[in-house]
Design a protein around this ligand. Structure first.
Ligand code: SAH
Length: 327
């Protein structure tokens, strides 16, 4: 599909059923029926950036900030391992407290549990990415958010599009499995630029692509903006599956936030990964990138059981390997 064809497909709802079915078949053919669970640890909500959509932006004074320090973080990981998670994802705001040295130490400790490790901690320097990889990190998630340069500038007053792309290229070159993705429904975002996003994932040869609807946060400049469209986000995900075939695609939490059955619908329209939260319940409310996040009061055990029964209810199963991209 070229840009025109993708744009056309995104602009009509006439072919949705066919599109979702085709994405589901492609998923089945290339990555099978196993669903990979990644245990997500949200270890710090402190952030130096000013992303206009995100509740963690440094300008937001209405949020109680926290950091989970090494010992507690490792307990959290150990619990997740006991629950059967084979991949741990460490996510945070861009928090400089976690120096290369501190992170390398944490990475090495986590790798002793014999799990795959994904980092999602934003933009860092090339030598830092190299150190994390050497310490054992396997994957890195860094969404491009939008490939529309003008929109990117408006949405990210304290960051540059060029550096974001550069980071993704360095991560690829350093040998990570690289995850990227975009937000769907940002104010002024054009359908044609979403088509560019999909072509960008293809060009980068992303190993994982996470697509989520934009959800306005009341303590950000975008508080009065419209919520992103669930079906449009689903279509972007489905087209990404059809074009990139064997990659990993998560059914994102943001999808479930705006549609009570969002993750299951996503799993039936191209997705093969779910990232349940394994952060201790006391911190979950505070990691409010957008409002209405699901499972805020649930303990990690509950989330694990809940998602497994949902997965089984649609005839799929929880995969028991580490879930690297099947090339
Ligand atoms: N600091 C890390 C992690 C960011 S949080 C980084 O820069 O990569 C993970 C993702 O949450 C972001 O990439 C963004 O796409 C998403 N997100 C942030 N605010 C959101 C909102 N208001 N609605 C939906 N998704 C949002």
């Amino acid at each position: 599909m070229n840009k025109e064809e993708i744009t056309e497909l995104l602009s009509t709802d006439a072919k949705n059923e066919e599109l979702f079915l085709c994405a589901d078949k492609t998923r089945h053919k290339y990555v099978g029926d196993g669903v990979h669970l990644r245990g997500l640890v949200e270890f710090s909500n402190i952030c130096k950036r000013q992303c206009k959509y995100c509740g963690l932006r440094c300008n937001n004074k209405n949020i109680e900030r926290y950091r989970i320090l090494k010992e507690e973080l490792l307990e959290c990981v150990q619990n997740a391992v006991k629950l059967g998670y084979k991949t741990i994802v460490l996510q945070s705001g861009e928090d400089e407290f976690y120096t290369t040295e501190k992170l390398v130490d944490i990475i090495k400790e986590i790798k002793k549990f014999d799990v795959a490790l994904t980092l999602s901690i934003g933009e860092r320097e090339e030598d830092e990415y190299r150190e994390f990889k050497k310490a054992g990190a396997d994957r890195y998630l860094l969404r491009i958010e939008t490939t529309d340069r003008e929109l990117y500038k408006k949405m990210h007053p304290a960051s540059s599009f060029e550096n974001r792309v550069k980071c993704l290229e360095i991560l690829k070159k350093t040998g990570y499995e690289v995850g990227t993705g975009s937000l769907i429904g940002l104010p002024e975002q054009k359908i044609s630029s979403i088509a560019d996003d999909i072509l960008f994932f293809q060009e980068l040869d992303a190993d994982m692509v996470g697509i989520g609807p934009f959800i306005p946060h009341p303590d950000t400049p975008l508080k009065n903006a419209k919520t992103g469209d669930f079906i449009l986000a689903l279509k972007v995900m489905a087209i990404t599956r059809i074009l990139l075939k064997n990659i990993n695609i998560p059914a994102t939490t943001a999808m479930e936030t705006i549609n009570p059955n969002g993750r299951i619908i996503a799993l039936q329209s191209g997705a093969n990964v779910v990232m349940p939260n394994v952060t201790n319940t006391i911190y979950r409310k505070k990691y409010e990138i957008y409002p209405g996040k699901i499972c805020l009061n649930d303990a990690p055990t509950k989330c694990r059981n809940c998602i497994e029964s949902k997965i089984k209810s649609i005839g799929r199963y929880v995969a028991c390997d580490q879930g690297f991209r099947k090339k």
